[in-house]
Design a protein around this ligand. Sequence first.
Ligand code: LMR
Length: 400
Amino acid sequence: TWSAVPAGPPDPILGVTEAFKADKDPRKINLGVGAYRDDNGKPYVLGSVKKAEAFLESTNPDKEYLPITGLPEFTKAAAKLAYGADSTPLTTNSVAVTQSISGTGALRIGGAFLSRFYPHSKTIYLPNPSWGNHTPIFRDSGLEVKTYRYFDKKTVGLDFAGLKEDLKSMPVGSIVLLHACAHNPTGVDPTPEQWTEISDLIQEKQLFPFFDMAYQGFASGNTTRDAFAVRHFVSSGQQIALSQSFAKNMGLYGERVGAFSLVTADPEEKARVESQLKIVVRPMYSNPPLHGARIASTILTKEELYKEWEGEVKLMADRIISMRDRLYDNLVSLSTPGEWGHIKSQIGMFSFTGLTQPQTKALAEKAHIYLTADGRISMAGLNGNNIDYFSESVSKVVKG
Ligand code: LMR
């Protein structure tokens, strides 16, 4: 029956973890997937998460089904975290929101909803490059995927002129995917001034902004600062779509906690949109998982836990920044050919190193160091024990 099914390629990101696991060398390092590690290279369960779990346990929770759109306390708190408690869409009760299977699920619900109901276009433009899963998610949702200029290889920074030109030449009504902060894979974000220009352009051209916010808190260590772009667009009167993930900022990777929301005109429109979100979700997975949403909503609604969590987000962001500094210093002191300033200036969990495909291949084969083929490294995989070995290996490979 399945003789005509061709073997598919490994996933460009999760496939790296498979290769890493198969390597038995003790020096091996996985810098592929964006998952935070502590300074001993171990997965990190946040203290605020453990406390939330202990609290939940004490309430003897049931295991009933959640509503189709998820845990109401959670979706409310997630929207507040993104938009801000005083934002007009929240004070006027006009945000339609559903819990999702983390960021991927949120994007997929959003893609499916737009594909079914967005009246002006079936085309979504992604930054070039973008997270590897964006294209298949939106394609499988029934949208046509195109790209706009984003990264400038020459400056290893934002191609702001190219980005603006491309926004200007998009057909009116097109959907534009924007990384809210900590752009994946490049680590290059627009400045607040650039965001303001982007927002004006998108409004002028009547494009539809769809934000992917998978790293709120990871860019600057501060969740409010990282929500700048989202809040700016909303305060300028734009009706955005927003995908949120709590995988990274709460370390809830496998719990799959996220949210998808749409800013609507008023409570009546919100109710209609939410009724259709339910109809999108129900045949996909019926209703979302319970435990992670309970953890996230406990942290977001209990003041003491919220404070502790904010401190932990900052701690994770700061450890990554300290690794950027050390990697830069090491590469320079090893006289590694090239300019490495971008390692320090890039933001969030990743660094887009500029290492070529043959170099990343050589790192895996010769040094047991695994990264994605585009030269992206997850900075969180570096720590005090492996950073010198990593720097020396990179230096060797670059020198050839
Ligand atoms: C990544 O880019 O490494 C993460 O978003 C994890 C994933 O699912 O790809």
